[in-house]
Ligand binder design. Structure first.
Ligand code: G3I
Length: 353
């Protein structure tokens, strides 16, 4: 694992992305700054980005500033295995090809979740052995197929409830906790299947709302420690960082993340956005910039923090723009709706120097 990860990071650091004539040093692409040698600087990439009307602007901005990417949706099970045993890799392959072309690391998202599953999986009448076989087949097939191209996988996503109790889903109902260790068995199994398929990949448990010490963070840390203790291959925690209200206490995050680092886990910030409640004002943009600067400073200060990913590239294309999701505001990313760098982009640049 170490060798390929080290190589991946080195390649990302040495990469020189297309440079759209940036004579002004303030325009230096983020990925060329010193901090990006030690930290992946990534963005979630929208569905079918290659065929969007603004594909050219989108891909230019992505390759210019970022040394890592994660597909926002198109590596989730509903996309990869829409029918049982029928895998569709066309879209996933486009992400990998783009990343290779631009020397970017790919963070795969996500192998196991309670959402965005195909109907055959989510609504099936499962016995425990049959669902374990389906889990094994999905994880093994996907991880093995991308074992030379995907350096980091979110293996299990959002298994913990906000109250620090495991979330119920078709996974917990059919597979249960036969070894009675208090952790639903599908979680440990998913990590084991992933490791069997790729001995090098960094295997992540990813969740939201656990950035600062709270009941959920405590429960996730306990779960990860217990899994590690019983020999489950689990390497890292992903803190999502979907932050509403333009307020966040990064000293608390540092404390929290250090607990995970001391327990032997790598840390990733996996899905950051700092939503602005409308209207967008210069003051709110400045508050957002401070948060982004402090996030990068915290990431650089925490031993074992491997990367910071925003959950999107430009405010033009963000999950927060959907009425379904955007209740606490939008405009949470580094580039505005016209692809112009925002104050938070300058703040990240400053923090990466
Ligand atoms: O693809 C269909 C399209 O055919 C249809 O016309 C359209 C109409 O609504 O929906 C499209 O699917 C949407 C899909 O995003 C693609 O845009 C789904 O409705 C929508 O639910 C789905 O939302 C995604 C969401 O996960 C699902 O929970 C967001 O894009 C994605 O940003 C979001 O990402 C999650 C992470 O995976 C896990 N952490 C939280 C994060 C934000 O919720």
């Amino acid at each position: 694992m170490r060798l390929r990860r080290a190589t991946t990071l080195l390649v990302a650091a040495l990469a020189v992305a297309p440079r759209p004539g940036h004579a002004d040093p303030n325009d230096t692409p983020l990925r060329e700054l010193p901090g990006a040698r030690e930290l992946l600087i990534g963005a979630a990439v929208m569905n079918n980005f290659w065929s969007a009307p603004d594909a050219e602007e989108y891909t230019r901005a992505l390759a210019t500033h970022f040394n890592a990417l994660t597909p926002e949706n198109q590596m989730k099970p509903e996309h990869l295995q829409p029918q049982r045993d029928t895998f569709r890799f066309e879209a996933a392959d486009r992400f990998v090809a783009f990343a290779k072309e631009h020397r970017m690391t790919v963070h795969g998202h996500t192998l196991v979740w309670h959402q965005q599953n195909p109907g055959w999986l989510e609504n099936g009448q499962w016995t425990r052995p049959a669902l374990i076989a389906a889990l094994s087949n999905h994880v093994a097939t996907v991880v093995h197929r991308f074992k030379d191209d995907i350096a980091i996988w979110d293996v299990v996503n959002e298994a913990m409830g906000d109250n620090g109790k495991f979330r119920e889903s078709f996974w917990t109902r059919a597979i249960g906790d036969e070894d009675r260790d208090g952790i639903p068995d599908y979680i440990g199994l998913a990590f084991r299947f992933a490791r069997q398929a790729d001995r090098d990949c960094i295997l992540v448990y990813n969740d939201y709302g656990a950035e600062n010490p709270n009941a959920k963070a405590d429960a996730i840390l306990k779960m990860m420690r217990d899994l590690k203790r019983n020999g489950t291959p689990i390497d890292a925690v992903g803190f999502q960082f979907h932050i509403k209200g333009l307020k966040f206490d990064f000293s608390e995050f540092r404390k929290n993340a250090r607990r995970f680092a001391s327990a032997g886990f790598r840390i990733y910030i996996t899905e950051a956005d700092f939503a602005i409640p409308p209207p967008v004002t210069p003051e709110k943009l400045a508050a957002q910039a401070t948060l982004c600067r402090d996030m990068i400073r915290a990431a650089r200060a925490i031993d074992g923090c491997g990367g910071v990913f925003w959950w999107g590239l430009t405010d033009r294309h963000s999950w927060l723009n959907s009425p379904q999701f955007g209740k606490g505001g939008a405009d949470g990313l580094l580039l505005d709706r016209d692809y112009k760098p925002k104050p938070c982009h300058a703040a990240v640049r400053e923090a990466l120097r």
